[in-house]
Design a protein around this ligand. Structure first.
Ligand SMILES: [Fe+2]
Length: 522
């Protein structure tokens, strides 16, 4: 009997914390919409406090051991994505998951607040202002340390709220050897969570709330979540895991990995900001003649509404669930066949246009994806790609557009906010065959909605490449996930020149130079 196998992509959620982290052990959730499974890996560090994640700039010993064991950092304290250790690199590539930023949830603070409350009450008075000021200091340094660790090791950090205190006064006293009214407990715990929310926003971290579900109207743990007088029933962990997964799906930033930065450094011919980033958008040039435009048009496969039939989980795509509409049925996408890619290569890489592109981006380049985009005329406001946005591409990625029809005023021209500060957006108009490049991170841009005619164009993703790399033109199957690692990604679509391997792989560049360790954890 043939089994039906449903392929899913796993994502590990590392949960680091005191005993509250244990609720997350062996938890998984499946998101069928994006064919993903989020599974936890827990680093339980007994009694872990928010003030000891970093001690004198040194990573907490047990935390360091966990991160090394999980191959998130190297034994000498570098992020794994910046290592030049061949054995570690081989292990990374063997997993096939590339060099994503690991998702790490910090779940500490409850024990700290409880002990703090005991000390505070020893003085006999409940001083709200003092509690707020003391907790503010600890929460600020906690969130700063999480941010520092995340930045140095290339992690995506999430800070979890602390579990609300249990409601039973006598049980609390029995367990903790001091008495505190439930109002006082609730105040201190709520204060900590409120401060967390304030500081995560300041320090580019994300917060996983939980007290909105776990706490009753008085700020204590709801009876249905009561577990052992201290912890919440582990059933809440699935709710938190969903929230963490949502946060990650909205914010994923694979392009922020150290490897993209390293790659970009290697590719650059100059330390100056590339011209394209200085001007934002290049002037359109009439590169292709009418006959060539015809040949390109013929090489375009069937056009479809959906840009992405497969899970879209990387920098170049919209979040899979979003309240705002990201895609529009007015825009269709299509692939380009091998003959089209050959022509593009002949003109854009080998022809004089190649030098102009190299000069704009300041390096050699590969067109790692090209696709056709057809925008149907409509009278509505634009949504998705027809609304002003930036692309948040990784460093070293630029975009290009080739018109395949004449584009007049109001007929779907690429529109952008000029970098010279002019208040009015500008439209790029041009004849079929006109090409221009843009830095999609530098300028707000959109494809303006065509009003009466259908606009057809090719849309390019251009990667800077070092001297020794081949300048390819590649068309990934529609819905393909863009590379997360510029040193290695799958060439699963049509490619010109044809490659021996279906992988783009430049291992020789990986070990060229590396950053000094920021921490010495072991
Ligand atoms: Fe864009």
């Amino acid at each position: 009997m043939r089994r039906k196998i449903h392929q899913v992509r796993p994502k590990v959620v590392h949960v680091i914390g005191d005993s509250h982290a244990l609720a997350f052990k062996n938890k998984s959730i499946a998101y069928s919409e994006v064919s993903m499974i989020f599974s936890t890996s827990v680093a339980y560090i007994r009694g872990l406090r928010p003030d000891v994640l970093l001690e004198n700039g040194r990573l907490n010993q047990q935390l360091a051991e966990y991160l090394v064991k999980e191959r998130i950092i190297t034994p000498n304290g570098k992020p794994i994505s910046a290592t030049d250790d061949r054995a570690l690199l081989s292990e990374q590539y063997a997993t096939g998951s590339g060099f994503e930023m690991e998702l790490v949830v910090f779940h500490v603070g409850e024990i700290y607040v409880r002990k703090y409350l005991g000390t505070h009450l020893q003085n006999g008075e409940f001083d709200k202002a003092k509690i707020e000021s003391d907790l503010s200091n600890i929460v600020e340094s906690y969130v700063k340390d999480v941010f520092t660790i995340a930045r140095n090791f290339g992690l995506t950090p999430v800070v979890h709220e602390i579990t609300p205190p249990t409601a039973d006064d006598s049980q609390f006293e029995r367990i903790n050897q001091f008495s505190s009214s439930r109002e006082h407990r609730a105040y201190a715990y709520e204060c900590f969570n409120k401060l967390l929310a304030e500081y995560v926003t300041k320090h580019s971290c994300m917060l996983c709330p939980s007290s909105d579900r776990l706490a009753d109207n008085e700020g204590c743990l709801k009876a249905e979540y009561e577990f052992d007088g201290v912890h919440a029933d582990p059933k809440y962990a699935l709710m938190s895991l969903c929230r963490v997964a949502d946060l990650w799906l909205y914010s994923r930033a694979v392009g922020g990995t150290k490897r993209y930065g390293r790659w970009f450094e290697i590719t650059r011919r100059s330390i100056d900001l590339p011209k394209i980033s200085q001007v934002g958008v290049s002037d359109p040039e009439q590169i292709f003649d009418q006959a060539q435009v015809e040949r390109i048009r013929k090489s375009i496969g069937p056009l479809d509404f959906l840009a992405c039939k497969k899970p879209a989980l990387d920098w170049s795509h919209a979040a899979p669930f979003n309240d705002t509409e990201k895609s529009t049925t007015e825009v269709k996408y299509g692939a380009v066949d091998a003959s089209g890619l050959e022509l593009l290569h002949e003109v854009l890489v080998d022809g004089p246009a190649g030098d102009s592109i190299r000069s704009l981006i300041g390096s050699k380049f590969a067109i790692i994806n090209v696709r056709a985009v057809e925008s149907a005329p409509h009278a509505d406001e634009g949504v998705g790609p027809q609304k002003f946005h930036r692309d948040h591409c990784p460093i070293g990625i630029y975009r290009g557009l080739l018109y395949l029809v004449d584009v007049d005023e109001g007929e779907g021209g690429f529109e952008y906010q000029p970098l010279d500060g002019s208040p009015e957006p500008k439209q790029i108009l041009g004849k079929a065959g006109a090409l221009f490049l843009f830095d999609a991170n530098a300028v707000d841009h959109r494809g303006s909605p065509p009003r009466t005619t259908t606009r057809l164009a090719l849309d390019f993703v251009i990667l800077t490449v070092p001297e020794e790399a081949e300048e390819i033109v590649h068309c990934a199957p529609l819905g393909y996930i863009w590379p997360v690692d510029p040193y290695m990604f799958s060439l699963s679509g049509a490619c010109y020149p044809k490659q021996k391997s279906d992988r783009w792989f430049y291992p020789s560049l990986i070990t060229a130079g590396s950053e000094p360790a920021r921490f010495k954890p072991l």
